[in-house]
Design a protein around this ligand. Structure first.
Ligand SMILES: C[S@@+](CC[C@H](N)C(=O)[O-])C[C@H]1O[C@@H](n2cnc3c(N)ncnc32)[C@H](O)[C@@H]1O
Length: 315
């Protein structure tokens, strides 16, 4: 019973931008009002996000998390506190910040205690890297701010270098006596660790290339439904400098002539899993995205649809 209530509570805060026709979206329409936009990436249990959204009730808040548990916990917290000005996305914040916000549209971006990934071989998993700060420089409005808080001094120093290189004015890292009061702040302070803050301000517009846009890709093929040919699509793969897709498995419906292709794709390190459907259409075939697993319309997704269509054309 509690689990069901929890699901209902969090659901009203959840946004599914992969389903939106237009990217970046019109946030004023999503929130039902025009207000300054603030973003938190990796909000964890949502203490900071819920408190800031209440303290600054006249701002619109967007939170990104990759953990569904964190989304559910935070949604319940927002619901219990009757918060209305927050939307949550179960999405990599690096991708979300770049693809979901137009240039010069965000007032503040907060990152509290990002996973530090201290080992050199894990460096590409760090959130605040060159690509992230390039996005920051583009999406922050003039005078907009980026706030980073971490217990990892080396992380803060590296972030400061990236931020300075992107043209933002940077302050810090400086020791922070009192912080956002999140679970991770309590954890590190209880172990006697110092906490560091870095603040960066945007003074001139930056640029970033966005990759998720356009209509849902599909293809029409003037060929019959040939199960053996479709089965042979398993393993179809393309790799190029910015991405990859692989057709991992092919399934057939028991009734009728419909095939489901399980696909893995990656665009500049952003992974997606989705299904393509092949079914008879107007005397031929249609290849389209399955409605139950809609991905962002990235180059890798479009290439997967086009490559399947090409392979079926030569049947
Ligand atoms: C160390 S925890 C900190 C949580 C919270 N900010 C706090 O201070 O207690 C890092 C959080 O970032 C989330 N996370 C990691 N990488 C992320 C990404 N690329 N986009 C969004 N969230 C991410 C993790 O799921 C985790 O909840």
């Amino acid at each position: 019973m509690y689990a069901i209530l929890g699901a209902v509570d969090f659901f009203r805060y959840l946004v599914r931008p992969e389903h939106w026709r237009e990217l970046p979206p019109r946030w004023a329409e999503v929130f039902g009002r025009q207000a300054p936009l603030c973003v938190e990436v990796g909000f964890g249990n949502g203490e900071f996000l819920a408190e800031m959204a209440q303290t600054h009730a006249d701002w619109n808040w967007v939170g990104f998390e990759t953990s569904l548990t964190c989304i559910v916990k935070t949604g319940r917290k927002l619901h219990l506190n009757l918060v209305e000005n927050v939307r949550l996305a179960l999405l990599d914040g690096k991708f979300g910040l770049r693809e979901l916000f137009p240039d010069a549209s965000v007032a503040k971006v907060f990152v509290n205690f990002p996973c530090p990934w201290p080992k050199v071989r894990h460096a590409n998993r760090r959130l605040v890297d060159e690509d992230f700060v390039q996005t920051l420089a583009a999406v922050l409005e003039e005078g907009g701010e980026f706030h980073l808080i971490t217990d990892a001094f080396a992380y803060a120093e590296e972030a400061a270098q990236h931020v300075a290189a992107s043209g933002l004015a940077v302050e810090g890292p400086n020791p922070l006596p009192g912080g956002p009061g999140t679970r991770y702040e309590r954890k590190w302070r209880s172990r006697g660790l110092s906490i560091w803050q870095l603040v960066a301000r945007a003074s001139r517009p930056g640029k970033v290339e966005r990759i998720a846009e356009g209509p849902m890709p599909h293809a029409l093929i003037a060929k019959p439904f040939l199960p053996e040919k479709i089965k042979s699509l398993a393993g179809l793969k393309e790799v190029w400098p910015e991405g990859v897709f692989v057709i991992k498995e092919v399934f057939f419906a028991h009734t009728g002539q419909t095939a489901l292709l399980r696909v893995f794709s990656q665009d500049r390190g952003f992974p997606q899993h989705f299904f393509l459907v092949i079914s008879p259409y107007k005397g031929g075939l249609i290849v389209q995205l399955d409605g139950a697993s809609v991905p962002f319309r990235t180059p890798a997704v479009k290439r997967a649809v086009a490559a399947v269509a090409r392979a079926l054309e030569v049947a």
